[in-house]
Design a protein around this ligand. Sequence first.
Ligand code: ASP
Ligand code: MG
Length: 401
Amino acid sequence: MLIVQKFGGSSVADAEKINRVAGIIADTYADGNDVVVVLSAQGDTTDDLIAKAAEINPKASKREMDVLLSTGEQISVALMSMALERMGLPVVSLTGWQVQMRTNFDYSNARILSCSTERIQQELDKRRIVIVTGFQGVNGMGDITTLGRGGSDTSAVAIAAVLHADKCQIFTDVEGVFTADPRKVPNARKLDEITYDEMMELASLGAQVLHNRSVEMAKRYGVDLEVLSSYVRKPGTKVKEVVKNVEQMKISGIAKDNNVSRIAVVGVPDEPGIAFKLFRVLANSKINVDIILQSIDRNGTNDISFTVSEADYEKTMQLVEERKDSLHYKELYGDKKVAKVSIVGAGMLTSSGVAALMFEALSDAKINIQVISTSEIKVSVLINEDDADKAVQVIHNKFFD
Ligand code: ASP
Ligand code: MG
């Protein structure tokens, strides 16, 4: 079998952990498999590099940030290769440009366009274990790019896809995908399986277990994906197209995202073009808008509420303030102390009353819902950030106890 194994930063944080991971890789290889390994930067390396850059130039260009941040992964692959060399195994480390991980020009948040199999295949043919840097690629000019925070998962899935790997295993410090963050919700359960769609929702809703673009890519190319622990050797969570769903669970998981701010544009005229003007301005500034809600007409005016990430909050407020005259609104409110709590489950397609159950849990806990938003397989609410952890716990109790 050809197996791609990805290990996250915490799994390779120090020498002891590197040796432990080397043991997993060595065993996979000893079983007769071809093994390609993708690594993240060690521990907090990426954050430390960002801090280091900020000391020199808080407004450093994204291009130079990528030159800097990509070094973290290069350290990991070299050290891992050394650990395997010491065990007497044939191994080679390769960077993003060596494997021709081609991306677009969007420095710091680049998208993968293609990845060559040539070099990796040559090495595998020599029965070498191939250790590749995650998170980085190279653009059409030959510049180093990075894929956005957490991007190594996507590197691993891309490599698994182009190599037609039999499996892509994402090793992390939790045992798989849980019904809620097990560090916050002690009775959270590990799922044996989850669908790509559910996983995509959970990943983009703030569950930190997988980079959402990696799941999107896995779905597109049908990559056999599994999330499992670097510490406990047992099956993790399989991410696939259809799951057996033996338990017929109504939902698969609950996610929380604190990085949310809510903006309300109150009293805009009820006429064509207002929403267009507002969101065009934000789109032009590359501000990502998440939940959008427009109230029904009341005496010829509407209210439009929407959410943006906390990083975009000040900019968004400023842009909307500057356009008070063209948007003709009466008031503008902003609130950063907001969190989004969401339930996700393919089971919602067939069972009714799922949303009501969530609202009941919040009501019993006297947690006020500010905004509700739903899609086919998820229900999200915006609540006060201070209530978020409690909200996740009470919703979890409601669905899983
Ligand atoms: N080292 C990068 C980060 O911390 C990429 C990754 O870990 O996936 O975001
Ligand atoms: Mg917030």
